[in-house]
Design a protein around this ligand. Structure first.
Ligand SMILES: C[S@@+](CC[C@H](N)C(=O)[O-])C[C@H]1O[C@@H](n2cnc3c(N)ncnc32)[C@H](O)[C@@H]1O
Length: 299
């Protein structure tokens, strides 16, 4: 809403009552104006904090926004007017979440935009990067489960120019988006994305050297089922890199572990040997939560 429209509507709403109740409506006007001033100050402070970030931050921001605009083939204002639909209040079933969220055109672009500055998303890249450095085999085939916009697949393919990838996501919109992103980045010849469910993967047993399941297992009510599929498609001695948030009960999370120990139990039950586990607290608008990251091996 532009400011002039806001001002007109604000005055129009108050006008009628002002005639009949001059003191009350005048008081209401000033108290609202004061709240508006406070909000504007908060927004300015937020903008100042962003603007003062260093070049590395801004270069990443620029790259992500430019990639999203290219894939979506829109300008910034058009991108902002595309919004993934809000989930109806209290919705907790997978079918509705898929239909109302994952299957919307805007969803993958919004997930991609997290990578411009959202600390938990950037931490996913850091955790993967730390372990990629140790994997020096040249002909690895990895699989990215619930790849969303495809950012993590892209990152690995760029870091490892001889590796190839597969991926499965429940959302055809994510498949379309990620395929376009791979093309934009010139890595599309090395990747095969498919629409599918992490609980029933279209791959043979013992196929992959590395499987990624980042921020996807909490989206199903039965995460062990997904994790057992991860183990099934991994070669013996193959690695799994997974991340599962703790105490983050947003509507699309159908599994909400209460502590990192619960997540570790899940890996144990799936017969994965955890080699590295990190639990890091982040503060977001809805409050604090713990992001957990694991590197495990199929024994
Ligand atoms: C929060 S996003 C994570 C995207 C990506 N892994 C990342 O970390 O950037 C979750 C993704 O999981 C996908 N997803 C949800 N349930 C799924 C399921 N049962 N099987 C496969 N993908 C699923 C969604 O479509 C979405 O793209």
């Amino acid at each position: 809403m532009i400011f002039e429209v806001f001002e007109q509507q604000f005055e129009a709403l108050l006008e009628e009552k002002s005639r009949k109740y001059p003191n009350s409506s005048d008081y209401l006007r000033h108290s609202l104006l004061r709240s508006i001033a406070t909000q504007i100050e908060l927004m300015l402070a937020r903008l100042r904090t962003e603007i003062n970030k260093d070049d590395a931050y801004w270069e990443n921001y620029e790259q992500v926004v430019s990639d999203v605009l290219s894939v979506m083939e829109v300008k910034s204002d058009e991108l902002l007017s595309l919004e993934a639909s809000d989930l109806p209040h209290g919705v907790r079933d997978f079918k509705t979440i898929k239909e109302k969220l994952y299957d919307t055109t805007a969803y993958p672009s919004q997930e991609h935009l997290y990578y411009r500055n959202f600390a938990p998303a950037l931490e996913r890249l850091r955790f993967i990067s730390k372990h990629l450095k140790k994997l020096d085999e040249s002909d690895i085939q990895f699989c990215d489960l619930g790849f969303g916009p495809g950012v993590l697949t892209q990152f690995i393919l760029e870091e490892k120019p001889t590796w190839t990838a597969c991926g499965v996501d429940i959302s055809p919109e994510c498949v379309r988006y990620a395929e376009k992103l791979m093309k934009l980045k010139g890595v599309n010849e090395r990747v095969q994305f498919t629409t599918g469910d992490v609980r029933n993967l279209p791959y043979a047993d013992n196929t992959f050297d590395l499987v990624l399941a980042m921020e996807v297992l909490e989206h199903i009510p039965d995460p062990l089922k997904g994790l057992l599929e991860v183990v099934r498609v991994l070669k013996p001695g193959g690695y799994a890199i997974t991340s599962i948030p703790v105490q983050l009960p947003v509507p699309m999370h159908l599994y909400v572990p209460q502590n990192p120990r619960e997540v570790l139990n899940l890996y144990e039950r799936a017969n994965l040997e955890v080699l590295d586990f990190s639990a890091k607290e982040f503060r977001i608008e809805t409050g604090p939560f713990i992001a957990t990251f694991a590197l495990s091996v199929k024994v």
